[in-house]
Ligand binder design. Structure first.
Ligand SMILES: CCC/C=C/C(=O)SCCNC(=O)CCNC(=O)[C@H](O)C(C)(C)COP(=O)([O-])OP(=O)([O-])OC[C@H]1O[C@@H](n2cnc3c(N)ncnc32)[C@H](O)[C@@H]1OP(=O)([O-])[O-]
Length: 376
């Protein structure tokens, strides 16, 4: 099929959109696009074009080009297919799409070049805007699976967010997934000391990671933009608010993987949803829909996918205007009643997992994933 060749006449107005977004400069986006080694193909180019039009002009209302005007007709169809998608959502999808194309080639989208962006990360996009620091997992091609580098980067990002002048900290994912949990390739990098050493080091990393959530001093909000698996679900019990798109699912397949609960979920889940529901998730791998997770108290509120970003960010911006000290101190007061218990739970969960990671059950489950690409 003939490659479409058209330019995306990028207008200056789009460069200054004021959303909680990491790509606020079109020259930056253009450089990223032109750095791609592979042509992304007509479908993707049409999608980029359509998202650009939708985000700058809103829904397509112009007449459809004539039958023989093939290229403009294809562009019009792509734009029209976005229907009533809000402009802010289209902007977010546009940035996520470009970010995923760059990531798929092994690159990374740096935090925005100007403004209040924080340090650069390999696996995260971290920005501060409207008094909200956003930590976005940025491995969309791998469904935001958490590598050892990413665990360390999240701990650093949380430390910095705890000290910066933002009022809220938001955690979310790039692309169509929130997070697929622990990156299973973490288990394939066996050091010279063998599996026991690997398990011990992974245990220390996990302890540090969960501790960063337990001790986080400001309100922490999860914006669950798609399915969530494993540790990205269990950690939600340590957040102050959890907003989810209706498309999100919540899955903790620990037994299936020969592992056991972490993220303090062996304590927080029974407390949040009762023993019976918690056991169905943590022992028997039950996957919850967003509506079920909300009924059980794990999720604060569920939003339609089409308006998820605009509704959630409008809400968060208004919360970020509240007095910051009052918010932080109230959060610390609530956490202080069980901080010590959470640390003890974290220690006990890590101890059990270090044992599990050296078990035949775990080894077989991980091998199954890679050999048969078994899907959960
Ligand atoms: C340390 C603390 C303890 C933590 C415990 C946990 O979190 S337990 C929970 C642990 N988590 C799990 O057990 C989840 C395992 N993952 C899955 O079950 C599925 O991938 C899915 C349901 C998340 C998405 O299915 P889908 O059909 O929509 O998409 P897809 O499958 O085509 O994926 C696209 C690409 O991403 C890759 N990739 C994705 N996730 C992981 C991962 N975690 N790891 C590595 N790679 C992962 C996948 O291999 C593929 O790579 P490829 O082939 O393009 O090179």
């Amino acid at each position: 099929m003939k490659q479409l060749s058209f330019s995306l006449s990028l207008s200056a107005s789009f460069c200054s959109f004021n959303t909680n977004n990491y790509l606020t400069s079109y020259p930056h986006l253009n450089r990223l696009m032109s750095s791609l080694k592979q042509d992304p193909g007509n479908d993707v180019k049409l999608k980029i074009y359509a998202l650009f039009k939708q985000s700058t002009l809103g829904p397509c209302t112009t007449p459809r080009p004539g039958m023989l005007d093939f290229i403009n007709k294809a562009k019009w169809d792509a734009w029209k297919a976005l229907g009533e998608t809000p402009q802010e959502d289209a902007r977010q999808q546009y940035c996520d799409l470009i970010g995923s194309l760059v990531s798929a080639e092994g690159g990374s989208v740096a935090a925005k070049p100007s403004g209040s962006a924080s340090a650069q990360y390999e696996t995260l996009l971290v920005t501060t805007e409207d008094k909200i620091t956003t930590i976005k997992l940025n491995r969309p091609a791998k469904k935001n699976a958490i590598t050892t580098v990413m665990y360390d980067e999240i701990v650093t990002a949380l430390e910095q967010a705890g000290k910066d002048n933002s009022v809220l900290t938001v955690f979310t994912g790039a692309g169509d997934f929130y997070c697929s949990g622990n990156d299973l390739t973490n288990f394939t990098k066996i050091p010279d000391g063998g599996v026991e050493l690997m398990a011990k080091q992974a245990g220390e990393l996990l302890r540090k990671y969960v501790k960063a959530y337990i001790d986080f001093p400001k309100p922490l909000v999860a914006v669950v933009n798609g399915p969530a698996v494993g540790i990205s679900v269990t950690a939600l019990g340590l957040f102050d608010l959890v907003y989810a798109t209706e498309r999100a699912t919540f899955h903790t397949p620990f037994s299936q993987l020969g592992q056991s609960a972490e993220g303090c979920s062996s304590y927080t889940f029974p407390k949040i949803m009762g023993n019976a529901k918690a056991s169905e998730m943590l022992l028997f791998n039950k996957k919850l829909t967003a509506a079920q997770a909300c009924d059980f108290g794990l999720v604060t509120e569920v939003f339609p996918d089409s308006s998820f970003n605009s509704e959630v960010w409008t809400r968060l911006k208004s919360y970020a205007a509240l007095p910051p000290n009052s918010l932080a101190l109230s959060k610390q007061l609530i956490r202080s009643t069980e901080r010590e218990r959470l640390h003890a739970v974290n220690d006990a969960e890590v101890e059990l997992l270090v044992e599990r990671w050296t078990s035949d059950e775990c080894f077989t489950a991980i091998m199954n994933f890679f050999q048969s690409k078994a899907k959960l």
